[in-house]
Design a protein around this ligand. Structure first.
Ligand code: UDP
Length: 323
């Protein structure tokens, strides 16, 4: 039986990936230090006989050596994530993201295990050439602005993954995840969809930062994890970088209105200047849209869940926690 290791398995995306892998009949082990993940995310997975988990850090090399030894494949999701966390804990972000990936690749290389590295649309930086294509230049801001430390740490992870492929022929796939949303994502670290839905359900004002004309394209987590699995199962994906997300854009002001409408909320919308919402060194992005041509071509990827359905599913999940 194929045995898969998921680092960051108790996180929002990790826990959905764990469930999808279990549903495919794999034996799955998760490791998570619960820094941003939650054991409750694994409630479903823990009912399975083919599932085991470790509350520990990917920095624990001895444990990682053992877990990678036992696995046929590694999905490396453990990382410091979320814009707010990155601004608040820059040292932790840089160290976890770079060293964690080094450990995974180094250990997996010894036995040529397949590794999927999760990167992020943040690596495109403030490029204004939308949609973002995998071969585009990265346009990062100054090192005096902490946001870009996250992008740089993930770009190093990508370089390292590609280097292992080139130098040792190791089966490595890199995915750049765009705004991924769905049940279990917490608004605690700034993510807009769970924040708006929670605000709407509590009857609190929806906090739109800036003038709300900035856009994003939100992908459903279930669509994203299916694409991740399909890519690792396709040897043509090795040594390559793929965008995964949804390419249907919506402005943040429109999103706020849609959330109010779908949840039948009476909440008002409150516009908050960026300077008040974030640290003064923060820069927000006006548009972020993936070019999905490459992933579409290789695995026939099409996002299935639209933003309306996403909001409904997130609302159902938030309602169950508010009760
Ligand atoms: N945003 C907002 N109100 C919030 C949280 C976020 O208007 O309460 C905005 C944020 O400024 C950004 C967009 O929503 O323009 C998406 O933010 P998120 O942190 O979810 O993703 P990212 O900026 O990383 O794409």
């Amino acid at each position: 039986m194929t045995h898969v290791l998921v680092t960051g398995g108790a996180g929002f995306i990790g826990s959905h990936l764990v469930e999808a892998l279990l549903a495919r009949g794999y034996e799955v082990t998760a490791i998570d230090d619960l820094s941003t993940g939650s054991i409750r995310n694994l409630d479903e997975a823990r009912k399975h006989k083919r599932f085991s988990y470790y509350i520990d850090s990917v920095m624990n090399e001895r444990l990682m050596a053992e877990l990678i030894d036992r696995a046929d494949m590694v999905y490396h999701l453990a990382a410091a994530v979320g814009v707010r966390l990155i601004v608040e804990k820059p040292v932790h972000t840089i160290e976890t993201n770079i060293r964690g990936t080094e450990i995974v690749l180094e250990l997996a290389a010894r036995k040529r295990k397949t590794v999927l590295i999760t990167s992020t649309s943040e690596v495109y930086g403030k490029s204004s050439k939308v949609p973002f294509n995998e071969n585009d230049d990265l346009v990062l801001g100054s090192t005096t602005r902490p946001r870009w430390a996250y992008a740089c740490s993930k770009a190093i992870d990508e370089f390292l993954g590609l280097a292992y492929y080139r130098e040792f022929g190791m089966p490595v796939v890199i995915v750049r995840l765009f705004n991924t949303v769905g049940p279990r994502q917490t608004g605690q670290y700034g993510m807009v969809v769970p924040r708006f839905v929670t605000q709407a359900l509590k009857g609190e004002p929806l906090t739109v930062y800036g003038d709300g004309t900035q856009t994003r394209a939100f992908a459903y987590v279930g669509d994203v994890v299916e694409a991740m699995i399909a890519l690792t199962e396709n040897s043509l994906a090795y040594g390559q970088v793929f965008n995964i997300g949804n390419d249907k854009e919506i402005s943040i002001a429109e999103l706020a209105q849609l959330v109010i409408q779908r949840t039948a909320s009476t909440s008002p919308i409150e516009y908050i200047p960026f300077e008040k919402a974030y640290d003064e060194n923060f820069e927000d992005l006006q548009r972020r849209v993936p070019d999905l041509t490459k992933v579409r071509k290789l695995i026939n990827y099409t996002p299935k869940v639209c933003i309306e359905e996403i909001i409904d599913r997130v609302a159902a999940s938030v309602r169950s926690t508010l009760r």
